[in-house]
Design a protein. Structure first.
Length: 485
């Protein structure tokens, strides 16, 4: 969904290298916000090697002006990273003038922006948007730009899949994520509740949420997003854990699949958390930011996704009071499945070839490059000096973690044990990612949120009935118009 996320989300894992940010809503993200940038990119419009993009060559190149997505004013960390990247880029490409625009992608706004020719030359989007962007020609086909790029085959291939449509690549990963659970250990300790372990189940999750909740004090054992599309994004984790799917394709038609037995189990689990355990916030209709704000205020013991950096660096929580675990399995020995998504960088196809090339060079400035390693070290040194943390999750990086570049990254991370919040290897090895819905994912999430709200607001609401209603509406209004490939 997003790392907005982080989204989405949600982590700043690769953001260190891209020197930019997408915003941590919905999603990650989720996100999540982890970001990836980096490379001595080869010029795909005629250069056969990175040397062709040298500062000297750029000085003689024609003047180009491009607009990039810039962080919102309140995201000071992201602004500092983006400004650092802009400075390094313009030292290498002095012929390019960069304009800043902080519009952030929204499914309801992208069509208007493209029709008015107001979208940035380079903007962020969610993993769910690949088909929409490609079908409407709102994202440039990167085939020609990647043709001469020396690291075209070095990406984390799983992160490329959501944006590879019909054999063509329409965006590069800015960050990725597999949804997990962030825990406030202090609230567990205050109630003498044992901390869960990476092999936990739905029963363990339920018991932990119930035991840590303290409604009289306004403390929830578990806060799930349930106001906007992010509600369906959160709930889909439980659908996948129960073995369900969001959609199904047969005879060229796409129809809902979430009103299955697995979907009913997942919605019944949410209903139990709300009405039996009394573990959710009394005001449960929370969006992405509201959910994480509740956590940062010490009023939720568990939330889906992680905002470690924000919780420590901005809200003043203690690093040692936080914990990240995989999503629970439905039953003992089952898979710990989490929604897999991310945030991606899109090049606007309405721009001239020269601007598209400039955008590609900006996007890949630090990818697989020493500058990416240097930027990581600079950020870690800065975080260490300011007693701040840096979040690292090896599942979310844009590059193959076992590559030479990946090993160099891990070597740097290992030098800052007190600054880096790393997801431990047992948790990483336990996590299983499942891609988001292929067709009209944002509409799917909206349909699920409607069913969730019915269950959370009415103790007598029937999960099967609500899911069937949502599926019928989604099929009629959305999926009936979709042609499966």
């Amino acid at each position: 969904m997003r790392n907005k996320k982080k989204g989405l989300a949600f982590s700043l894992i690769t953001l260190m290298m891209v020197a930019t940010a997408c915003g941590g809503n919905n999603n990650g993200n989720a996100g999540a916000s982890a970001s990836a940038s980096g490379s001595a990119s080869a010029s795909a419009s005629g250069a056969s090697s990175p040397a062709a993009s040298s500062p000297a060559a750029s000085t003689e190149a024609p003047k180009v002006t491009m607009t990039i997505q810039y962080p919102k004013p309140d995201n000071t960390e992201a602004i500092a990273l983006e400004d650092s990247k802009i400075k390094r880029y313009q030292e290498k490409y002095p012929n390019v003038t960069i304009k800043k625009n902080d519009w952030q992608y929204a499914p309801s706004e992208i069509g208007i922006k493209m029709a008015a020719h107001q979208a940035q030359a380079l903007f962020n989007t969610f993993a769910t948007e690949g088909k929409t962007l490609s079908e409407h020609q709102w994202a440039a086909d990167l085939t020609s730009l990647m043709a001469n790029y020396e690291h075209a085959n070095d990406f984390n291939q799983k992160l490329l899949e959501p944006m590879t449509i019909g054999g063509k690549l329409y965006a590069l990963p800015f960050d990725g994520y597999i949804m997990n659970v962030m825990i406030n250990k202090k609230l567990f300790q205050d109630k003498n509740v044992p901390l869960p372990t990476p092999d936990w189940t739905w029963d363990d999750f339920y018991n932990a949420a119930k035991a840590t909740a303290d409604p009289a004090k306004g403390i929830a054992g578990f806060a799930i997003m349930a106001k906007g599309n992010e509600g369906g994004w959160n709930w889909t984790n439980f659908l996948y854990q129960a073995g369900g799917e969001a959609e199904q394709v047969a005879d060229g038609k796409v129809t809902s699949a979430f009103n299955s037995d697995a979907g009913v189990k997942a919605m019944e689990f949410l209903k139990k958390l709300r009405w039996e355990a009394n573990a959710l916030p009394q005001n449960w209709a929370l969006n992405y930011n509201e959910t994480y704000n509740l956590f940062k205020q010490g009023r939720a013991a568990m939330v889906i996704g992680q905002k470690i950096e924000d919780s420590v660096n901005q809200a003043g929580m203690k690093k040692d009071d936080l914990m990240v675990l995989p999503m629970p399995s439905m039953e003992k020995g089952g898979a710990h499945v989490g929604v897999m998504g991310g945030n991606y960088r899109v090049i606007n196809p309405q721009e001239s070839p020269e601007v598209q090339q400039a955008a590609f060079d900006y996007l890949t400035l630090d990818y697989f490059n020493q500058s990416g390693l240097d930027e990581l070290k600079r950020i870690l040194d800065e975080r260490k000096a300011n007693n701040q943390v840096y979040f690292w999750d090896s599942t979310s990086v844009y590059f193959n973690i076992d590559s030479d570049y990946g090993r160099q990254m891990k070597d740097i991370i290992a030098q800052y044990p007190d600054t880096v919040f790393s997801v431990d290897e047992q948790t990483v090895s336990t996590m299983t990612g499942h891609p988001e819905a292929t067709y009209n994912a944002q509409d799917y999430y909206a349909a699920i949120t409607t069913a969730m709200q019915a269950i959370l607001s009415d103790k007598n609401a029937d999960p099967k009935t609500e899911l069937d209603k949502a599926a019928k509406k989604f099929d009629t209004e959305v999926l009936s118009k979709v042609k499966a490939e």
